[in-house]
Design a binder for this molecule. Structure first.
Ligand code: SF4
Length: 258
């Protein structure tokens, strides 16, 4: 069985110096976001052993050892790493072997499963996505697997935020024409208030341009950190322009802005 992962060392504006371990889902995702340039397959929630755990560990451990001291080990990247059935064993082993805090990047739908929530306890930070606060907008931007429901997602993320010993962060990206109107922003703000994350990372056109008085975020807990991802991290990467988002995937953005 082929070992599906890539390991890079880089500087992150939000997580510091990181070793990023990516590609563990073998290109599968629970979403099919309108701005995605990484995943071409239909969204799925079926978990598979797409890469051998021992092989993935050997590659990752060698890379982490040679990187030396870093601020975080980042596990995730494009695709949903929770779709890999080896994920929890992999994460536990990383926690056992290394002292660096672990940040997991996952779109979020699989966090609704209690066994998966339990396995995330090896991480210090879990980052999920939320690009819509109503069912229509959520589905228009994320195109989740048909079995995923926004209300269930919000409940499960809120429950996770209450019990998780680390910190839950949420990333939201404004997509022109799909979720950047005043009503859309308010609904995203209310949904975020339900989840009560420790930090909100905002990407796309700056939140301060879309909502100068930050009305949309007024329901968030006092003290929550709302941070704008640097423009370089949010810029469209392939063709198109901001105004092309409405037409589908003509504007491609990174999956994660951290
Ligand atoms: S942008 Fe990320 S979460 Fe969305 S479909 Fe692509 S890989 Fe999945």
């Amino acid at each position: 069985m082929e070992v599906n992962l890539s390991v890079t060392v880089r500087d992150s504006w939000s997580l510091g110096r990181v070793v990023a371990i990516e590609g563990l889902s073998g290109g599968r995702c629970s979403y099919h976001c309108v701005y995605c340039g990484e995943v071409e397959t239909a969204p799925t929630t079926k978990r598979r052993l797409v890469t051998p755990v021992a092989g993935a560990l050997r590659v990752a451990e060698e890379a982490v050892e040679s990187a030396g001291s870093v601020d975080h080990l980042v596990v995730g990247g494009p695709g949903d790493p929770l779709l890999w059935t080896g994920f929890h064993s992999f994460l536990r082993r990383l926690r056992f072997r290394f002292n660096s805090p672990i940040a997991v990047l996952t779109p979020g739908p699989l966090v609704s499963r209690s066994s998966i929530r339990a396995g995330l306890d090896s991480a210090e930070v879990v980052i999920v996505k939320l690009d819509g606060g109503s069912t229509g907008t959520y589905r228009a931007v994320a195109s989740p697997h048909q079995g995923v429901r926004l209300t269930r997602l919000l409940e499960s993320l809120a429950g996770f935020a209450r019990t998780f010993t680390g910190e839950l962060w949420v990333q939201t990206v404004a997509v022109p024409g799909l979720n950047d109107g005043p009503g859309d922003r308010m609904k995203i703000g209310r949904a975020l208030a339900v989840i009560a994350p420790g930090r909100l990372i905002h990407g796309g056109p700056p939140a301060t341009e879309l909502d100068a008085s930050a009305t949309a975020w007024r329901h968030l807990a006092t003290g929550i950190a709302v941070e704008e991802a640097p423009a370089a991290a949010t810029a469209p990467r392939i063709g198109g322009s901001e105004g092309d988002d409405r037409s589908g995937r003509s504007v491609i953005r990174p999956c994660w802005l951290v």
